[in-house]
Design a protein around this ligand. Structure first.
Ligand code: GCU
Length: 444
């Protein structure tokens, strides 16, 4: 029993310096873990992988596999794949070649090896407004609608997916407004900001806010891979190695929310920002990369599997993401890079995920090493820097520097923005900076 409880402690606190006490797992949670271990094992068998390397230990600095926080050991593979070099060895010199030739190559690599392929056909979603209320937040009156996106499940009627979305816009808006949409945690201890909440800040600018619940699209565990949108499309069968994982599925749901915004007269669907933190920071980056309709992104503490370079040895690692409590975020094929293959064998890295967002603005955010070291702020900064050549090719500005800046420096002069705040694992302190950045692009 004791052993089970230790194994069951969820990963969210690992290495983040977050002091909250995780409750003891319920029997249902233990069953979910067991089923996830089993699903992952099936994938390993399919890939003929017999063992994987261990992840970094973020809790015990004396462990033999303790997470590394020493910058001098952080870059075993400093040479990144060149986002502007075609597979045939020819350099990309024109924007047209980026769009026509190179970008599709990068997308294919992310699809096959990292996030998995979204099915060619996904079921239709019918949005229903289930509740409309008036709410005053931060002194701004708003009209708030709660929606459910019913996913057509005629292909597998035993699986139902009902996407939960809330959108609030200022009551006195004269026309369509920009909207900031958060991919939100539910039932999770998220530290509130000091000062006004992001929703208040957004409404005070005359914009709207929206909240999307990713777990209503796809469960956040391996057991759930035979249900949710992934299971629905697979008719309840287990995934193939290049099938999509939860990050891609959450991003799919975000795109369906955007479909809805395109039909909502209160929303300017051309000015929708997407924001997410931690695992939902990863999903935010994926959504932004794959759906060009998102205007701007706030990618908070996305870490491994997000905008942290997979090739970095700092805090969490590829091996952590390959563990039984996280592998479901990714394609099955990603497991190979924690086993027989090395990080350096990945055909692409996180700087190319940023590059897929080009030329649209992306704000990369993290907390201090003390409290948020696990997600590797510098690894994410380097991904931003590495995408610079693509932004410049498309006539935009990147980060404007290759030098990692001192903490609390806002690098917001170009379309790739970066800021490390001194708080811990939270987007909180960077909200005002992001909203100022977004205001350069959003006009009421
Ligand atoms: C864990 C995990 C991170 C993730 C985080 C979260 O710490 O290792 O990759 O971002 O949980 O989502 O809270």
């Amino acid at each position: 029993m004791t052993l089970k409880i230790v194994l069951a402690v969820t990963s969210c606190a690992i290495g983040l310096g977050v002091a909250y006490q995780m409750p003891q797992p319920t029997p249902a949670q233990l069953a979910t873990q067991a089923a996830s271990v089993e699903d992952r094992q099936k994938m390993l068998d399919l890939l003929q992988i017999t063992s994987l390397r261990r992840g970094a230990d973020g809790r015990n600095p004396d462990a033999p596999n303790a997470a590394n926080y020493d910058e001098s050991k952080a870059n075993p593979y400093p040479k990144l794949p060149d986002p502007l070099l075609l597979k045939n060895g020819r350099p990309v010199k024109k924007a047209a070649d980026w769009w026509k030739l190179r970008r599709p190559e990068i997308v294919e690599d992310f699809d096959r090896e990292i996030y998995g392929r979204m099915p060619k056909q996904t079921p239709a979603v019918t949005w229903e407004v289930v509740e409309t209320t008036r709410e005053t937040l931060g002194g701004v009156g708003s009209i708030k609608r709660r929606l459910v996106g019913h996913v057509d499940n005629t292909a597998a009627p035993q699986i139902s997916v009902d996407i939960q979305l809330t959108v609030a816009t200022p009551a006195d808006a004269k026309g369509p407004v920009p909207v900031v949409m958060e991919l939100a945690f539910v039932g999770f201890p998220v530290r509130p900001n000091a000062g006004p909440s992001w929703k208040e800040l957004v409404l005070q600018r005359g914009w709207g806010y929206a909240v999307l619940i990713p777990t209503s699209i796809q469960a956040d565990n391996g057991q759930g891979l035979t249900a949710g949108i992934i299971g629905l499309v697979n008719h309840g069968q287990t995934r193939k190695p290049d099938d999509w994982g939860a990050l891609r599925a959450w991003a799919w749901g975000a795109s369906r929310a955007l479909d809805y915004f395109e039909t909502d007269k209160r929303v300017n669907a051309k000015q929708v920002a997407i924001e997410g933190h931690s695992r939902y920071g990863k999903a935010t980056a994926v959504a932004m990369a794959y759906d060009p309709r998102f205007a701007i992104a706030f990618v908070s503490s996305s870490g491994a599997g997000g905008l942290k370079l997979h090739r970095r040895n700092f805090g969490e690692l590829v091996e952590n993401v390959a563990a039984a409590n996280e592998y479901h975020w990714m394609a099955g094929n990603y497991l190979k890079y924690a086993g027989p293959l090395q990080w350096n064998d990945l055909p692409v890295d996180a700087h190319e995920l940023v590059a897929l967002c080009a030329p649209r603005p992306v704000f990369i955010s993290a907390g201090a090493v003390q409290g948020d070291g696990w997600v590797d702020a510098k690894g994410m900064f380097l991904a931003g820097a590495g995408a610079g050549p693509v932004y410049r090719l498309l006539g935009k500005k990147g980060l404007g520097t290759e030098e990692f800046p001192p903490i609390e420096t806002s690098l917001v002069g170009g379309e790739i923005a970066f800021r490390q705040h001194s708080g811990g694992h939270t987007p909180g302190p960077n909200w005002p900076v992001f909203l100022d950045f977004a205001a350069r692009y959003f006009k009421n």
